[in-house]
Design a protein around this ligand. Sequence first.
Ligand code: CA
Length: 226
Amino acid sequence: MQVLVVEDEKRLAQALEQILTEKKYMVDLAYDGRDGFDMAVSGIYDVIILDVMLPAMNGLEVAQMLRKEKIATPILMLTAKDQVADKVAGLDAGADDYMTKPFSPDELFARVRALTRRQGEVVIEEMTFDGIKLNLSTCDLSCNDRSVHLNFKEFEIMKILMSNPQAVTTKDDLIVKVWGYDSNAVDNNVEVYISFLRKKLEFIKANVEIISLRKVGYRLEGKANA
Ligand code: CA
């Protein structure tokens, strides 16, 4: 789960980052509305926590512009105490929920969880491609009666490749979606995980391989079609 926090009060932003990171969320921070919009429009986040009063562009404008760009990421708007007008305006602008400052970590988790659940209403348990199955709750990859467990990053990469089997996924795409927008991950990290995945595909005797397209990216292909 990747969360974007757009909040100009740095201490609050960092506190949010800390409590969300402890709960295993991946967190990116933006300190003004313009940066927040630029990051959010990538569409990689599962939830956006968005303050209303922000420099460069306020939270209402950010929410409105994101919805105009067809970015449907759930938005949790932060409002100062008693600014009822902000709450109404926030929901009108496209926010999904709001939370009044100050708030407790418990309230924050409850709201973030509710928003991610809402987004995941259609629960897909399993993805399949040419005889291989990826179980989305156990992170096990299997083919016939052979099965192997994927670690978090292998799982995330496999999920992206399987949801896009006909298309090429670029290394940059994988870095942003799996390591995060601000990460220092490089092409080499991706190659290492792709090689782990290839070994695991071999181990389960999958009839599927990850094809490298030099300087472009990766694609999943059935061996019969190769
Ligand atoms: Ca603020």
